[in-house]
Design a binder for this molecule. Sequence first.
Ligand code: SF4
Length: 387
Amino acid sequence: MKDREERLLNIIASGLAQFQQSSTLQQLGDRASYIGMSDVASYFSCPRAAVLKRAHGQGQSRDLPQLLTLSRGHWFENGVAQAFDGLMLPHIRQLEISTQYEGVDFKAHLDFVLATTQPRPTVRILEVKSCQKLPEFLYSSYEMQVYGQIGLLAENWNKPCFSCIPHTGAYPYDNLSFPSIANIALGAELPWNVRDVDLEAWVLCLSMQDAKVFGPYIPDSNMLKTGLDAGVSLWKEISALKEGQLLAEDLKVASGYHPLCSHCNYAGNCPKFTGLEHPELREQLEQLITWKSERSALDEKIKQAEGEMKEMYAHIDAHGQWVSVGNRRFRVSDIPGRRSLDRDSLAEEIGVVFAMEGIDMDVPAMFARHEKVGLPSSRLTINTLKG
Ligand code: SF4
């Protein structure tokens, strides 16, 4: 039986792997010939990982959890397209912008583009990101990607730089200006001059439970230049690495804690983690990792069981009374929310009082003088490195 279950999972994994390989080729073409805006974003996250990924490729994963994570992005995109279709909102999917900058070919692939002429010429770009957990602020690498997209759209507006990918959209048009492609694909007659158009880009982050939007991002020539310059550096470093003029250990790494490191395929020999070898500690470390993961699983079980018990209590209609179970008893009671001091508003109020009294006082600095710092402690960090 176990064998049959495993075979079924293997079928799903290899199907996803095949599909991803062919759809990437169809949507993005020969990635070796250009720098994409997502490459620029990766370069901002970690130059070493971006260069190695482009120089050596990532290989085709057969790992089902990893394949599911990658597929989730495409599934979310299809869901967003269904939402637009439900409202009968015309949109272009995977609009490609091709251009050159300092001798390097660049391409941006825009998840969704919507346009209208009423009440005024308006174009919106929507970039969809799939997230395990929704971020509080948008990662700067994503911002760089979206500034690149909106910047390239504005810069190349009336140049023959826009194409739709035949296999993913219903509008297989090549090398047109944006007003032409919008006219054919969306039926929108947009001005020839980009200055007459209201242009914005937004990022929609989706997790399995929730969604959050970030924006608007408007064309910014400085941000575009920063992104394109980074793309040129990436291109040069990939070439230098391939020609043996640059070594992997000389590439710049992401500084400080970086969430990417724990998923990175190039972490195995990354200089960031260079240290001492102590193989004799392996058993102890493995034991600790096992206990920690058992504790996490147990915490999760306890949380679930507590939730179920609270639901039972609600069904019993005990209204705050104790419920006896043999020689034990339990009840669910309301606990007031935690009170905390809003330092900013307090500082503002005290500042106003001082000002009224004519006292010149730096209130935040005064607060800082009365802050107490706890004793320093140590933290054990354990990483499982891939690659
Ligand atoms: S492990 Fe971290 S720092 Fe090293 S290459 Fe990967 S992402 Fe960059």
